[in-house]
Design a protein around this ligand. Sequence first.
Ligand SMILES: Nc1ncnc2c1ncn2[C@@H]1O[C@H](COP(=O)(O)OP(=O)(O)OP(=O)(O)O)[C@@H](O)[C@H]1O
Ligand SMILES: [Mg+2]
Length: 310
Amino acid sequence: MITTVTLNPCIDKTVTIDGFTYGGMNRIIDSRIDPSGKGINVAIAYSQLGGQALCTGINYRINGDLIEQRLDRAGIAHDFVTVKGEVRVNHKVYDRSTQVVTELNESGHMTDADALVELKDKLMAHCRDSDILVLSGSAPRGVSTTIYRELLQTVSGLPIKTVLDAEGELLLHGLEGKPYIIKPNLFELETALDIKITSHQDIIKAAKVFLYKGVKIICVSLGGQGAIIIDENNGYYAPALKVDVKGTTGAGDSIIAGFCLAMIEGLNLKDMLRYGVAAATASIIREGTLMCTREDFQKILPQVKVEKLL
Ligand SMILES: Nc1ncnc2c1ncn2[C@@H]1O[C@H](COP(=O)(O)OP(=O)(O)OP(=O)(O)O)[C@@H](O)[C@H]1O
Ligand SMILES: [Mg+2]
């Protein structure tokens, strides 16, 4: 069983237009909404791979029901702290004539300090029954960038593995809570350490900085180049599979779902990477926000090749 935390859920509203006119009137020809959030996506991907997940975090009185209905439809348990306000909306304008997407994302806002106290209580309760805790995604404005460190410290006495997928200050402060795994992408890694990465050797060097800080496993995802995973003793690289990419949204969330499945099955580092990349690949071959299916994951898994780096 995994528990995922989403501090900043969102509703992705995608509108399709035919030829964008800047400063003019654009007629919408199609529109859809996808309640979402990184922790929510990890839970959905993990449950589609056959695992059991629970979602917690912050949710809002207005439109929060859309988030919960999506989880209900997916058969995923949820127990959010509900605060006043409205779920933020990420507007995506898809221009069919040029196939270009323009995004207008709200950042979210939350100032209810009691909600975070309540969240820590919920986390303690759910983490007693969970094997893995996944903390991922952004935090709304008004929430301290030390929040992931605080949440990690809240559960530090429990026998639970923790995964942190965040960027910037949230990641840097989060490291002080000694997460078991982190999964920056290349940009997040470069930003966190203020370095430029040009080779796999650079990634190995950077990973050592995190190992020194107490992280046990570092996965650096490289988008269309694949992913690298490193622990104290070993390092592996899995090149990306050449597939017909239909939508990369949720690729990072799916790689984490794959890691969780591998950990639940007690697999080693190399197989964790295989599982992660297979799950991510199984997600990107599906349109939009659709996540991996177990069937595709199983088909793809034998095709993932892994090279030893150290
Ligand atoms: N274009 C692609 N072709 C093949 N595989 C891909 C592609 N993009 C992503 N992947 C797979 O998905 C994994 C995760 O992708 P990526 O590194 O883009 O994560 P991310 O930047 O964290 O994404 P997210 O925006 O979901 O947080 C990669 O390691 C790779 O295995
Ligand atoms: Mg990511």
